[in-house]
Design a protein around this ligand. Structure first.
Ligand code: SAM
Length: 239
C-alpha cells in the first residue's frame, strides 16, 4: 500500500501537490482505495472518498514503529556527482534521524550559498521518497550544511569519526557500536573522497569524536556511510 507524508486536519488528509499528482495520475487511484499517511510521526489508514476533487479521509490509526531505538545522525561530507544523493537515500532507508552535510577541507563538491536552498529542497525530496518507500514513520531532518568548526552544534552522546589512518590507534566500529546505551544519540562522521586532513581529525577529536576503523580496506566515502549505518542498524535491531 502506498505511503505518503502529509497533514491530517479534522480527519481530512492534506498532501502536497507532488503527492496528489502521483496518487491521481501515476497510481490512478479510485474512490474507495486506501493509502497510508504519516502525520507527525503517527501512521493512519486513509480512504479516498473522491478523486475529482481529490478527497481523502483518515479512518484509523495504525500502530507501527519502524524506527531505530536510538537517534542516529549521519554527518556526511559533500561528495561529487550523484554520490551524495545515494548516501542520502540509503541513510534514510537505514533509519537515520538526521543527515548533516559537511563542507570538509578536501570535499571536491562545494555548495555555494546561492545554490543552498535549491540543493536542500532537492535533497529533502530524496529523503521523503526514500522514507515513503522504506515505510518510515518519521521524516529524517536535512537542513544543515556545516563546516568542521560547527561540529559542536551537532548534539550527540556517542561521536564516531570513521578514519582509515593510524590503524593502530583506532578501535573497530563494531566495538564502539556495542558500547551504545539505550536512548543515546549517535553521530557518525564520514569524510570526503580525499579523506580527512590531520587537522580535521585532531579538531574532531577535540570535540569528543572517537576515531573508528571500518576495516582493513579503504572504502569509498559512500560505501563507508552504507557500511557504518548497516552495522549500526543491525546491532540496534538484533533480536
Ligand atoms: N584515505 C582514503 C584513500 O586513500 O582513498 C580517502 C578517504 S575514503 C575514500 C573516504 C572516507 O571514508 C574516509 O574519510 C573515511 O571517513 C571513510 N573510510 C573509508 N575507508 C575506511 C576505513 N577502512 N576505516 C575508517 N573509515 C574509512
Amino acid at each position: 500500500m502506498q505511503r505518503y507524508f502529509g497533514r491530517i486536519i479534522d480527519k481530512q488528509v492534506i498532501l502536497d501537490e507532488g503527492d496528489q499528482f502521483h496518487l491521481v495520475k501515476v497510481m490512478r487511484v479510485r474512490t474507495g482505495d486506501q493509502v497510508e499517511v504519516v502525520c507527525e510521526g503517527k501512521l493512519f489508514l486513509c480512504t479516498v472518498s473522491s478523486v475529482k476533487p481529490l478527497r481523502i479521509s483518515a479512518t484509523a490509526q495504525i500502530k507501527e514503529n519502524n524506527e531505530l531505538k536510538n537517534d542516529v545522525v549521519l554527518i556526511a561530507s559533500l561528495l561529487k556527482g550523484d554520490k551524495l544523493d545515494l548516501v542520502i537515500q540509503k541513510a534514510t532507508e537505514l533509519g537515520v534521524e538526521e543527515i548533516v552535510l559537511l563542507q570538509s577541507e578536501r570535499s571536491i563538491a562545494k555548495i555555494r550559498n546561492l545554490d543552498r536552498d535549491f540543493k536542500l529542497e532537492r535533497f529533502n525530496r530524496i529523503v521523503k521518497e526514500a522514507a515513503e518507500q522504506s515505510k518510515r514513520t518519521r521524516l529524517p531532518l536535512l537542513y544543515r550544511i556545516i563546516r568542521m568548526n560547527e561540529l559542536p552544534e551537532i548534539k550527540a552522546d556517542v561521536k564516531l569519526m570513521a578514519y582509515e589512518g593510524r590503524q593502530g590507534s583506532t578501535s573497530s566500529f563494531l566495538s564502539a557500536v556495542k558500547t551504545i546505551k539505550s536512548g543515546q544519540r549517535v553521530a557518525i562522521l564520514i569524510g570526503p573522497e580525499g579523506g580527512f586532513s590531520d587537522d580535521e581529525v585532531n579538531e574532531a577529536m577535540e570535540y569528543g569524536y572517537q576515531t573508528v576503523s571500518l576495516g582493513r580496506r579503504i572504502l569509498r566515502a559512500e560505501t563507508a556511510s552504507f557500511y557504518a549505518l548497516s552495522v549500526l542498524a543491525a546491532h540496534l535491531e538484533r533480536k
